[in-house]
Design a binder for this molecule. Structure first.
Ligand SMILES: *Cc1c(COP(=O)(O)O)cnc(C)c1O
Length: 368
């Protein structure tokens, strides 16, 4: 492919000497789990998000799973409680709910933003509704102030899924600092990516923080003393060190993504291709630039023939997956139409202006 969807090798090569130096420091430290590099990254990331606490875990799914689990340990949730979640999310958001014996209530997203929105939530609420899991899908921050109002009215816990939205902000308040807690993924392809699996939870709640720290480490805060039944979900020293290096460049990389998105929004003019809604300044960190078209498969083939790699996020909605057969009869027409019409164009911090123009030109040349 002339223009890859996301060039991870090029992204990480830019920082290669610093990454090697950081890895080498960890190797020479002789301490590989639960040491200074983890503590350092947790402090840096908490500060970056504007919260008091950050707990590193093994991956983004665990960040969500363990937060809901911690709320159960704290008696704030119990088996069978309902959690509102957008129907068009990545399956991890739903898995975190069902894994905890909670019930996902799949909500149709806003047709404008593809995100969950307080406008149509009221009809999904029952006496068992106890939490809401807004997903900042594609990197666009959900309109959180109205979600928080809604949550307050119905006494719901709020868990943000910020896996795609590191650094997205509204009124200078970042993803990960709005809800009662937030889950992040540092999967290599995310906007802040490790060189392997990693994740984290951010929160201002000291009780939740304490339970999470125990849960990720066999339920133990003190060696060989287990206060709860925990799991092994730790963010290791090498990945923490890689993340500290890359966090320094996150804002720069977001800026580049925003420039590219701006160029796409301005340059792509083809009535067959629906562009994403223009966000407020800073609200969108453009993890993905997702267009919609009735001719999705043909547009993808057309771009492939021109050497432009695209992906589909996501081809099958969670309720139509074999894993969730019992949900397959739900009536979610907008979600289903999205999954057959969306296409993600290449976007990444190392894309050149020439490549961006080439993608724009190709989109504009597409005919039905
Ligand atoms: C990537 C992702 C996750 C899961 O993260 P992993 O680190 O892969 O476990 C959860 N939610 C969303 C929206 C994601 O994009």
């Amino acid at each position: 492919m002339k223009i890859p969807f996301l060039d991870l090798k090029e992204i990480n090569s830019k920082y290669e000497s610093q990454l090697i130096e950081a890895a080498s420091d960890v190797i020479h430290s002789g301490w590989y789990i639960g040491g200074n590099y983890l503590a350092k990254f947790e402090a840096e990331f908490a500060q970056y998000c504007g919260v008091k606490y950050c707990v590193g875990v093994a991956n983004g799914l665990d960040a969500l799973v363990l937060t809901l689990r911690a709320w159960k340990e704290l008696g704030r949730l119990s088996d069978g409680d309902e959690v509102l979640v957008p129907a068009n999310t990545y399956i991890a958001s739903i898995l975190a709910i069902t894994e905890n014996n909670l019930k996902p209530v799949l909500v149709e997203p806003s047709e404008k933003t593809f995100n969950i929105s307080s406008e149509n939530l009221e009809k999904y609420v029952t006496p068992r509704t106890k939490a809401i899991l807004p997903v900042h899908l594609y990197g666009r921050l959900v309109e959180m102030s109205s979600i928080l109002e809604f949550a307050k009215k119905h006494r719901l816990l709020v868990l943000e899924d910020s896996a795609q939205a590191h650094g997205a902000k509204l009124n200078n308040q970042k993803a990960g600092s709005w809800g009662d807690a937030s889950g992040f993924s540092f999967y290599p392809g995310k906007n802040l990516g490790a060189l392997g699996d990693a994740g984290a939870i951010t929160t201002n709640d000291p009780e939740l923080f304490k339970v999470l720290k125990a849960l990720r480490n066999y339920g133990s805060l003190e060696k060989y003393k287990n206060i709860i039944q925990g799991v092994n979900s730790r963010l290791d020293e090498i990945q923490a060190a890689m993340l500290s290096v890359k966090l320094k460049y996150l804002d720069e990389e977001i800026k580049r993504r925003q420039e590219i998105a701006k160029a796409y929004l301005k340059g792509i003019k083809n009535e067959l291709i629906l562009l994403p809604d223009t966000p407020l300044e800073g609200q969108h960190v453009w993890h993905l630039f997702v267009v919609r078209t009735q001719y999705r498969d043909r547009l993808q083939q057309f771009l492939t023939d021109m050497g432009i790699e695209t992906l589909i996020h996501y081809p099958i909605p969670p309720h139509k997956q074999d894993a969730y057969k019992s949900y397959s009869d739900l009536n979610l027409p907008f979600t289903e139409s999205l999954h057959s019409e969306v296409l993600s164009l290449p976007i990444g911090p190392t894309m050149t202006d020439e490549q961006v123009l080439e993608v724009i030109g190709a989109c504009n040349a597409f005919k039905a």
